[in-house]
Structure formats: C-alpha cells, structure tokens
Ligand binder design. Structure first.
Ligand code: FAD
Ligand code: SF4
Length: 458
C-alpha cells in the first residue's frame, strides 16, 4: 500500500538529480533512485490499463510489475520483469522508455515513472537469490553469437534457460557493447553493467573476450562448429561528414571512437572549446563527456531546427535535452560545416554556413539548405562528429555477405529472427531501425525463440 494522502494520479512523484554544476565535474551517476516510500506511491498511480505494453518493444508486463511494487513485493516484480527482460537495472536506468509516452496519463499529466519503478525493483533484488530460474537440461546444442551487446546477452540468457549453450565472441576486452563503450558512466555505472552481465554468465553463457570474428576466428568456422549463429554486431562503423580539413588533424574525431576511448579509461585531451556535430543522444553524450573531461565550452551544432532533432517530442529526447542544457551545453541550430580549419597541424576552428529549412513538396521532413553567400567561423580545440554509424561488415567473407539480404542499411530477418542464410540469425542495431537497448533485447529474445524452433527443441 502506498503512503496515505500522497497520491495525485496526474502528478509523478518527483525524481531527484544532482546539481548540474556539480555533476558535470565527474562521471558519477546523477539521477537518484526512488526511496521505497516514493516508489510505492508512484506505482500506486498506475491504473493497470495496459496501454503502455504495446509501447515497449519487449512487451514486458508493465502493469504486472508496477502493481507488485505498489504492493511492496519486489521479488514478484523482478520475476515478472525477467520473463521478457534480463537487463532490468540497465533498462531501469537508461531505457528510452517509449512505454511512458504510451501511458494513459502522458497527455493529461505525468506518465507513470515506469523506468524508475523498474530501476528500484532491479536495484533492490539479488538476482541469484530472487530470480526463479527454471533451467532445462542440457540439449547438447551450441550457438555462437557475435558481439556481447544487449541483443546477444539476451539471446544467451533465454537460450541458456532452454538448455542451449551459447558462446559469445566479443572483440573488446569488455562486454555490454554500446551500453559499456558508448553510454557514459555518469548515465550507467559499471556496477550496474557487471551485475547483469555476471548474472547472465552465471547461467553458463560463455563470453570469449578479445576475439574478433573475421580476424581471430572466421565466420565460416563458427558456421561449421555451431548449430546456429547469431549476428549481434551492432553499428560500429562511424559515418563521417567528410568535411575538408578533417584529414589533417587527430583533433577531429567521431563520437563513438571518442566515447569508447573515454569508457575504456583513456584520458582524452579535448582542450577548452569543443564542437559536436549532430543532434541525437550520441551528440549529447559527447558534449557532456567533454565537459567532464575539462572543456570550458561544449557546443552542439545541428543542421536542422530544434523541433526536427532525432526523436524530438518523445519524453526521452526532451529529458536528455533538458539535462544537457542544464549542464551548460550550447546548442546552435540549422548550420552546415564546410571546413575544419587546421593551421600548422593545429585545429583552429570550423567554417560553416547557416541553413534555411525548405519544406518538401508533398510533405515529408523539411530539408536544410545552406545559404552560401555568408560564411561563419567558430573557434574549436576539438571537433566531434556524432553523425551516426552503420554495420562494420568486415567480419563476413564476400561470398556470404552476397547472400545476406538487406533492408536499407539493416540486415533483413524473418519473424523468427533468421536472416536470408539458413541457421544464421541476427538482431539489435544491425537489424533494427529503432536503435536502442530494449529493441535489441526484444530481438535477442525473438531470435532465441527462433533458434529453439529451428533446432526442434520445443
Ligand atoms: C553514445 C550512445 C548512447 C546511447 N544511449 C542509449 C540510451 O540511453 N538508451 C538506449 O536504450 N540506447 C542507447 N544507445 C543505443 C544502444 O546502446 C544500442 O541500441 C544497443 O547497445 C545495441 O545493441 P546490440 O546488441 O545490437 O549491439 P552493440 O551494443 O553495439 O554491441 C555489439 C558488440 O559487437 C561487438 N562486435 C562487433 N563486431 C564484432 C566482431 N567482428 N567480432 C566480435 N565482436 C564484434 C562490438 O564490439 C560490440 O561489443 C546509445 C548508443 C550510443 C552510441
Ligand atoms: S499505461 Fe500507465 S497507467 Fe496504464 S498500465 Fe501502463 S503505466 Fe499503468
């Protein structure tokens, strides 16, 4: 039962954060978890209508665990969540929480704080004791997964429960994929990552660290040795703007390279003035990381307007924008860089044009068109391009790649998560146009079910 007299169904129990001027000095997490009293009061707002469930790619039984938490039953809550999501504390901390945009309260007050309720349940559970694992006997079947991101980890979890051994091949010395080498520590701590990855490993999922498929072991060898192969390689090939001057200095870098270096413990020197090109969550993370590395000024330059930025209008994008702006990051809208100015090997700054937004005939997104009769210049010690990334395909030999059907830049899979190559499954950012953790989790679970069917283990 919630605390009497505390419930206003339209208003969320406030979530506390560290002061922006303080938190930008370090990499410690800055959003405080609910207390037990707060989480029970917040959970009690839920009407159990279920409108949020289709908003969640993994279709987690949200009203089920929220009700359990309203009753103070953490153990029941964690077991409901684990049916569909084996990374609840990670998702309770950084999920894009699209379910909250679907909550019945979203348009007339505050959505139920689903993500924070999940975070509380996960944070207050000891998985090895509380999660009821019903592991089936070993089937003798073996699956190889490429990449230790959320897609492969989820696949490993559900296959392990079904008696299938999974070896995950990960080229880095750490697991977690972009959750570990993309998302900065002030949003997601190593403690949380380790807790969930270790639990999955404790079920028998084997992570082979520092083994790059295509270099240290071939894809064909995996196909020969295993009963099925899962591609969970994510999107790790940077997309760059190709702006003139970028080739002349190492002070122009891509955001995913920059964030990975910082996450792996490198003290990257960014100088005092940092410019970030882009407008999505990677741009925000690069800007906020720059401040934490000592930059005095971090400015995000984006080619479109505020209202056109990626995911604009979702509560996740609004929260990220507000939290980034509160830390003092500057935003400059509707600009196109055309030269990174380098003198004697030293980056001086960036030349750019302002854009006008041209509406498209027949609708569609307005297009940014540079107004080239006036040029602008801004000083910079470092320029970080957060302009997207795509699949790095070098792990696949050409004759196999030719057979792999694509859907634009994504690997095409069927309803069972299988690619156009028999026995080869895929999921996560390499497949899904919605590139977030919960979509990768949903894909991993779908492929696990598909593999069980494919191996006739039902
Ligand atoms: C900066 C940033 C911030 C983000 N913030 C959020 C957020 O707040 N919330 C959210 O939900 N999502 C966020 N995302 C997106 C989220 O991290 C991804 O959608 C998710 O991690 C994709 O999971 P995945 O399993 O498909 O691949 P990944 O997590 O990318 O993992 C793929 C793994 O495969 C490995 N690999 C690749 N090729 C090989 C090979 N040949 N051999 C062996 N290993 C290989 C890689 O090293 C990597 O570890 C963010 C992404 C970035 C870049
Ligand atoms: S939509 Fe909101 S109120 Fe309805 S079940 Fe989901 S969290 Fe509860």
């Amino acid at each position: 039962m919630a605390v009497p007299g505390t419930i206003n169904r339209l208003k969320r129990v406030p979530i506390k954060q560290r002061d922006p001027d303080e938190r930008k000095k370090d990499f410690d997490m800055y959003i405080f978890p609910y207390t037990r009293e707060e989480v029970m009061a917040e959970s009690d707002r839920c009407l159990a209508c279920g409108l949020c469930v289709p908003g969640c790619p993994a279709r987690v039984n949200i009203p089920g665990y929220v009700r359990a938490m309203a009753d103070g039953d953490v153990e029941k809550g964690i077991n409901i969540i684990f049916k569909d999501l084996p990374l609840p504390q990670i998702c309770g901390t950084v999920c894009t929480h699209r379910c909250e945009d679907a909550c019945v309260f979203h348009n007339r007050g505050d959505a139920v704080a689903i993500r924070h309720i999940k975070r509380y349940i996960a944070e207050n559970s000891d998985y090895t004791k509380d999660v009821k694992v019903n592991k089936k006997p070993d089937t003798g079947k073996r699956v190889a997964a490429i990449g230790a991101g959320p897609a492969s980890l989820t696949l490993g979890y559900y296959l392990a429960l079904n008696g299938v051994h999974v070896d995950i091949y990960e080229k880095h010395k750490v697991a977690g994929g972009m959750m570990t080498i993309g998302i900065p520590r002030y949003r997601l701590s190593m403690e949380i990552l380790n807790k969930e990855i270790d639990f999955i490993k404790s079920l028998g999922v084997d992570i082979k660290y520092g083994v790059e498929v295509g270099k240290d072991i071939s894809f064909e060898e995996l196909m020969e040795k295993y009963d099925a192969v899962f591609i969970g390689v994510g999107n790790h090939r940077p997309r760059t703007t190709g702006t003139a001057g970028s080739e002349k200095t190492d002070r122009v870098m891509h955001a995913i390279d920059f964030l990975r270096r910082v996450a792996l413990g490198e003290k990257v020197d960014v100088g005092e003035k940092v410019i970030i090109i882009g407008g999505g969550f990677t741009a925000m993370d690069a800007a906020r990381t720059s401040l934490r590395l000592g930059a005095k000024k971090a400015s995000i330059f984006y080619r479109r307007r505020f209202e056109d930025r990626p995911s604009a209008g979702t509560s996740n994008a609004e929260e990220e924008y507000e939290e980034t702006a509160a830390e003092g990051v500057e935003f400059v809208w509707t600009v196109t860089p055309f030269e990174y100015v380098v003198e004697n090997g030293k980056l001086k700054g960036m030349k750019y044009w302002k854009n006008e937004m041209v509406e498209q005939e027949g609708g569609g997104r307005a297009k940014p068109v540079p107004i080239k009769d006036q040029e602008y210049f801004v000083e910079a010690d470092t320029i970080i391009e957060a302009t997207g990334q795509t699949i790095e395909f070098s792990f696949l030999p050409d004759h196999i790649k030719e057979k792999l059907e694509m859907d634009w830049n994504n690997i095409k899979v069927d309803a069972n998560g299988m690619t156009s190559i028999e026995g080869v499954f895929a999921g996560g950012d390499a497949v899904n146009p919605t590139k977030d953790i919960i979509s990768a989790v949903a894909d991993g679970k779908k492929a696990a079910k598909g593999i069980i069917k494919y191996l006739n283990l039902q």
